[in-house]
Design a protein around this ligand. Structure first.
Ligand code: GTP
Ligand code: SPV
Ligand code: MN
Length: 594
């Protein structure tokens, strides 16, 4: 039975049923009873595997096809009516043509399958920030993941109401998981997402990147708010005051890790704490007090498994110990638990690797093979996180003091620097570059421009997006958050990371917060303000002030090279490039000549 009387929903659902012709239709109410029945069904069919219920209660395992393990940026489209509105950084096709191309692929695609209709809210139910989506899918895996990642079920239809037409229409079918016909398509002007021939993460959990970033960034531009690829954390000082920081790093560049970091011992003793509000996406609005306020629209973490361990990210690991879905990690067949590279130094001998082959994990990894896919993931409920913020469900969100940009740069970018102004900060975000990772298909480790970590996620013309950032700065005026850039990934001549990273990143956050409160000094460099090396607290750390000085060094020759790359990148945007950014580039060049 339909879960809503909303005629806009019913009409669209009818159309999608007529198109995909499912054998059966199930409205997802989100009840425990329904979820348990779906889990049992998925376990019985082999789609999911029940893990050791003593060690990992409520946890399930799933494996996707080897050709379907990451986002597919080359098959992701922004179908605005005008090509110009998608801009030079997005794939584009005329929406009419795209609908015409995909309609035959969806025609009858669910004829031997069940259609699940998933109502969900991005953002806490009842919050003015929140928005409703409905995802139609033929995958139980999607339903079970959406249950963790969003506020799902009947309550989302209550939030939408009986009349509103303001919901995002998501249509997903696994179809034949055919990579040649895989499409992840956003139609921003229609509030619509069509995804076909994938069953993996960001391609199919349509509330996440497709809605909460691509569609929402477009909505945010029109409605005067921001949807960003950012974590949100609260840093509590010994006086009990909490400052909120958001940070945009590209995929697999450390958002989940920073969002949940455990302070180094010397900080813990003093009483510092970090609270996690979100690990991937922030929706931000100007609040009644004129400050920028942020919510996390998600309800769970879809986190990178490899590298997660008791030392690097104990909070993430703890989050995955119950009611979690693991995708493409390895199985320890001795006790039916999970394993991935970097969990510990003991790969299970009796293992099943991520593609499903039974192997001796010790020998297999010794030969240089990976037991878990580098982009294998856990889907964990946010409430599992030991450091989840008390504001996680707050309808108003949290006030943002600092916005941090960052990426993986072996050289060039220093450990930390501060922008001179909001406008300069927008420039700093716009010139972000980072080495590519396994989170998307394609080459790994190649430096590319990834402005604000939004290159794969901006639902409209990137230059209009920058203009929107500049406008938000004007609205915020002197209440605007301060903007910073960090780089945890500088390497030495042997390619080793110089900065210890992880929990020790708090040492940099401390300087950032102190700058926001006017409590820390800075020196002006060609690229912005930097701490004096001795202003980064190294207590309890095996690193010298000289090393930090090296990490903060701005190599003018490298930066002059960098400006050439920025010119080339900016040239793509033609007349749309905001004058303010051209001015900032000119200032940078002048500073480098000084
Ligand atoms: P997405 O979920 O794809 O958006 O990724 P993310 O930005 O949340 O990245 P995540 O925190 O999952 O980290 C990705 C990888 O970077 C993991 O393998 C981490 O171990 C590694 N990493 C995270 N933080 C640091 C750090 O401070 N230093 C170093 N060297 N590696 C880090
Ligand atoms: C990312 O790639 O930035 C992710 C994972 O957070 S996915 O949901 O697949 O986009
Ligand atoms: Mn992400």
């Amino acid at each position: 039975m339909a879960l809503t009387k909303n005629p806009n929903v019913l009409k669209w659902v009818d159309e999608m049923i007529a198109l995909t012709k499912p054998a059966k239709v199930i409205w997802i109410d989100g009840s425990d009873e329904q979820m348990n029945a779906l889990k049992e069904e998925a376990i019985a069919s082999g789609e999911m595997r029940l893990l050791n219920q003593e060690k990992l209660p409520g946890c399930l395992y799933h494996r996707t096809l080897p050709n379907d393990v990451a986002r597919v940026e080359d098959r992701t489209f922004i179908c605005s009516r005008n090509k110009e509105d998608a801009g030079p950084t997005n794939n584009w096709m005329d929406p009419k043509e795209m609908y015409a191309k995909l309609t035959p692929m969806y025609d009858g695609v669910m004829k031997d399958r069940t259609m699940y209709i998933i109502p969900y809210s991005m953002g806490p139910i009842g919050s003015a920030f929140s928005k409703v989506g409905v995802e139609i899918t033929d995958s139980i895996y999607v339903v079970l993941n959406m249950d963790i990642m969003t506020r799902m079920g009947a309550r989302a239809f209550e939030q939408l109401g009986d009349e509103s037409n303001d919901f995002v229409r998501g249509l997903h079918s696994k179809a034949n998981i055919d990579p040649e016909n895989r499409y992840i398509v956003q139609f921003p002007e229609d509030n619509t997402i069509w995804s076909i021939n994938s069953a993996y993460g960001g391609n199919v959990l349509l509330g996440k990147k497709c809605f909460a970033l691509r569609i929402a960034s477009y909505q945010g531009k029109n409605e005067g708010w921001m949807a960003e690829h950012m974590l949100i954390l609260g840093l509590e000082n010994p006086q009990g005051e909490i400052s909120y920081i958001t940070a945009a790093f590209p995929s697999a560049c450390g958002k989940t890790n920073l969002a949940m970091l455990i302070p180094p011992e010397v900080y813990q003793k003093k009483g510092y704490k970090v609270w996690c509000v979100g690990d991937d996406i922030a929706w931000m609005r100007v609040g009644p007090d004129g400050r920028l306020w942020a919510i996390n629209p998600e309800n769970g973490f879809f986190g990178v498994a490899p590298g997660t361990n008791v030392k690097s990210n104990p909070n993430a690991l703890a989050s995955t110990r119950k009611n979690t879905i693991f995708t493409n990690v390895a199985i320890n067949e001795d006790d039916n638990t999970v394993w991935w590279e970097g969990l510990d130094k003991n790969p299970p001998e009796n293992a099943t690797e991520w593609k499903g082959a039974h192997v001796n994990g010790k020998e297999y990894t010794a030969e240089g093979n990976k037991l878990a896919h580098p982009n294998s993931r856990f889907t964990a409920p946010a409430i599992n996180c030991p450091c989840i913020s008390s504001e996680f469900n707050s309808p108003n969100g949290v006030p943002v003091s600092a916005i941090v940009f960052g990426g993986r740069r072996a050289k060039t970018a220093p450990l930390v620097y501060q922008a001179r102004s909001w406008q300069h900060g927008v420039f700093v975000g716009s010139i972000m570059a980072s080495e590519t990772t396994a989170a998307a298909t394609g080459a790994v480790g190649v430096v590319r421009r990834d402005p604000m970590a939004m290159l794969p996620f901006c639902g409209y013309h990137m230059a209009d997006y920058w203009a929107h950032w500049l406008e938000m700065g004007e609205k915020l005026g002197d209440k605007a958050p301060k903007i910073f850039n960090v780089n945890w990934f500088r390497t030495d001549d042997e390619g080793h990371f110089i900065w210890p990273g992880f929990g020790d990143n708090l040492r940099v956050l401390e300087w950032i917060v102190n700058r926001c409160n006017g409590e820390a000094d800075a020196v002006e460099t060609a690229i912005g303000y930097e701490p004096k090396p001795e202003d980064i607290n190294l207590e309890g750390l095996d690193i010298t002030v000289e090393t930090v000085a090296g990490l903060l060094n701005v190599d003018k020759d490298l930066w002059k090279e960098e400006t050439k790359g920025i010119h080339e990148f900016y040239a793509k945007f033609g007349d749309k490039l905001p004058q303010a950014l051209k001015d900032e580039l000119a200032t940078l060049e002048a500073n480098l000549e000084k």
